[in-house]
Design a protein. Structure first.
Length: 298
């Protein structure tokens, strides 16, 4: 897949997601307290690459599924991701004033409303998933909902966040600890995206296993490159404050392996991800995701 083809496919998926999110915002307008609605959709409509929802649609389409049927899961994942960013930026967490190139939610709406905006998005995500499951009666949609719940919850992303907080500033951290943190904090939600698309398309067991390996390595790659960009990135492109990992003593791949060691680990993860899907037909887009992630600037 050429760079142009990848860009065009990503834009097609992104526009479908934007349309779906707008439809949800319009549907909920009037049923949610106005200031809360504004706070929730302030962050949700702030843009970004929409990587996770695009993966849901791309995998579903790759496997011959109906991407319209996958759209609720795609939108739900973006709502969950956005809620996690709102909470992550709070003073009690990472205390960041900028997100996606503009003031963080709590800087605009206050800390209390930001907490509620995150809570609201999380609840609305599962309402969206279960509404779609009930409306279609499709087992694939229900399996996707279960996958997302597990990956986003107490044994998934939340446990990764908890481990990250507990290990911040400690001097005796190991690579195993770091892998545990980011296996859950980062990779779980990417795996949820890939597997949700596969479930909705009715993938078989071998395909699911290959995609699970792919997404685990993609999550590792994403986090390593994120750690590197916190040092080498451009704040204008990243849309957030950089250099905070070292300032707060956060456990990162760069801190443990050095910049060159992190680069090698990223290259290894990219190779493992692409190897996992080499026998899946029409997987060019997923391979291109890895290539672009390896050299990303934001």
């Amino acid at each position: 897949m050429t760079a142009k083809e990848y860009s065009e496919a990503s834009e097609r998926y992104r526009l479908l997601v934007e349309k779906g999110l707008l439809s949800i915002a319009e549907r909920e307008n009037g049923s949610i307290y106005p200031r809360l609605h504004e706070a929730m959709f302030y962050s949700l409509e702030a843009g970004g690459k929409r990587l996770r929802p695009c993966l849901v649609l791309a995998v579903c389409e790759m496997l011959g599924g109906d991407i319209e049927k996958a759209l609720p899961a795609a939108c739900a994942l973006e709502m969950i991701h956005t809620y996690s960013l709102i909470h992550d930026d709070l003073p009690c967490m990472d205390d960041d004033d900028m997100r996606r190139g503009r003031p963080s939610n709590h800087k605009v709406f206050g800390e209390a409303m930001a907490v509620l905006a995150g809570d609201g998005l999380l609840s609305l995500a599962f309402e969206t998933l279960l509404r779609a499951s009930a409306d279609t009666g499709d087992i694939g949609v229900l399996l996707a909902a279960r996958e997302i719940a597990e990956r986003a919850g107490a044994s998934g992303m939340v446990t990764g966040q908890a481990a990250d907080i507990e290990n911040e500033g400690k001097q005796n951290n190991t690579l195993d600890t770091l892998r545990f943190i980011h296996r859950h904090k980062t990779a779980d939600m990417l795996e949820a995206a890939v597997l949700s698309g596969a479930y909705i398309a009715g993938a078989d067991g071998d395909t699911l296993a290959a995609l699970r390996t792919y997404s685990e390595n993609m999550g590792l790659l994403f986090q390593i490159t994120d750690d590197m960009l916190d040092i080498t990135g451009d704040p204008a492109l990243m849309g957030k404050t950089l250099g905070k990992d070292a300032e707060t003593g956060k456990l990162t791949y760069v801190a443990l392996l050095g910049l060159e060691g992190a680069k090698k680990a990223a290259a290894d993860a990219a190779e493992n991800a692409k190897t996992a899907i080499r026998d899946i037909e029409n997987s060019d887009y997923l391979a291109a995701v890895i290539d672009n992630m390896l050299v990303r600037s934001n």
